[in-house]
Design a protein around this ligand. Structure first.
Ligand SMILES: Cc1ncc(COP(=O)(O)O)c(C=O)c1O
Length: 376
């Protein structure tokens, strides 16, 4: 699968791992819970369309993305299941959402009122977002909720199908704030239930962390992002949960040049690395133009199962590594993934960069070809 490519750097996405992760997460939940696979940001860098198709085959029933363009891209790919945009979309695009059967997120009275003026023949499907503590988007107070529900009750242009919130700290050791958000959601739900006089709607709160840690506390749906890709949201989630996830993405390159240098030779921009006598230096064709940032200087990669450090500055297109001996040009270098008995997880790269693995898979640019594989 995938386009042909002509470079010695590629990301491998194991769709069998995605399938395993969705099945495992689903199996850990009450049988009535539905799984929404979150495939925003090009499927967290893995490729939205192949991930979406695989997740659906494995038992997800809905897809979620962050932007309207991402939703349209999935429809273009002939995906017919419900697609839900988690972020704000301008009300004026509601007619396109109707035409493409895409569910939008709503949390502003003005938004509801604007859609109500559009004279839609078929109502646009909408989910209501409640801000129970994340502080980004959503209805925060009972007064706001009451106003919006009244506006929704008045219009035939909007079909409310769900209500959701998002946790800020479900992946942390201290679960007090998570519990506060959960309690706030239940409180708002009580208010909503007294105001809502149309068809019943679905409720959902869980991201990967909450769904893995507190499966019995989830409502109708769970929205699984990072765990779809086999990455634990945090160490505590990994420690506390039973489902075993398999990382789907690995990143590889090949040595395109290998040389032995003299003592005192400089490697890369800025002369930041001075080689020792007879040191073997290998060059791989990946750089910050591929989303492999300069800050990874000093990080290790795998060559024939052994760890070798990145030395010298990472440039836009190339990275240099110190080798323990001569290796032939064409030798595979693994930057994320397994070689023999060693493995570099996206988490290790994230720790090195002082960030989270979410950012590591998302930062890999489109210039890196994605190769899709399935276990036999
Ligand atoms: C509203 C919403 N739901 C679900 C998710 C998925 O979160 P995770 O990747 O931690 O499972 C996200 C991700 O940012 C989100 O913004």
């Amino acid at each position: 699968m995938g386009e042909p490519f002509y470079r010695d750097t590629w990301a491998e996405v194991n769709l069998s791992a995605i399938e395993h992760n969705i099945r495992t997460i689903k199996g850990n939940l009450h049988q009535d819970r539905e799984v929404v696979a979150v495939v925003k940001a090009n499927g967290y860098g893995h490729g939205a369309i192949p991930v979406a198709k695989t997740a659906l085959e494995a038992g997800a029933s809905t897809l979620a993305v962050a932007t309207f363009d991402e939703a349209l891209e999935l429809r273009e790919a002939q995906i017919t299941v419900p697609i839900f945009v988690l972020g704000w979309v301008a009300a004026k695009f509601a007619p396109i959402a109707v035409e493409k059967d895409i569910t939008l997120t709503c949390f502003q009275k003005e938004w509801v009122e604007e859609v109500a003026t559009l004279d839609l023949q078929t109502p646009v499907k909408v989910q209501l977002k409640w801000d129970t503590g994340m502080g980004r988007i959503g209805l925060r107070s009972k007064e706001e909720l009451t106003e919006v529900v009244h506006a929704l009750n008045k219009t035939a242009c909007i079909q409310l199908i769900g209500v959701f919130t998002h946790f800020a700290t479900a992946d942390e050791v201290d679960i007090q704030f998570y519990q506060q958000q959960y309690a706030r959601f239940k409180e708002m739900k009580q208010t909503f239930d007294t105001l809502w006089n149309k068809k019943p709607v679905a409720f959902h709160v869980g991201n990967s962390a909450a769904s893995l840690r507190f499966p019995e506390k989830m409502f109708d749906y769970v929205r699984i992002g990072i765990a779809t890709y086999g990455i634990y949201p945090s160490d505590v989630v990994q420690k506390e949960t039973t489902p075993h996830l398999l990382p789907a993405l690995s990143l590889h390159s090949r040595l395109v040049h290998v040389k032995q240098v003299d003592e005192g030779s400089f490697i890369g921009y800025g002369n930041t690395y001075e080689a020792s006598q007879g040191e073997w230096i290998g060059t791989i064709p990946i750089g910050y133009g591929d989303g492999w940032p300069r800050k990874l200087q000093g990080m290790e990669v795998l060559v024939e199962g052994h760890r070798m450090p990145i030395v010298g500055r990472i440039s836009m297109d190339q990275t240099t590594i110190s080798l323990d001996k001569k290796y032939p040009v064409g030798t595979k270098v693994t930057l994320i993934g397994k070689q023999k008995s060693d493995e570099i997880l996206a988490k290790e790269v994230a720790d090195y960069l002082d960030t989270i693995p979410y950012e590591v898979t998302c930062m890999l640019t489109q210039r890196i070809p994605r190769v899709y594989i399935k276990n036999k």
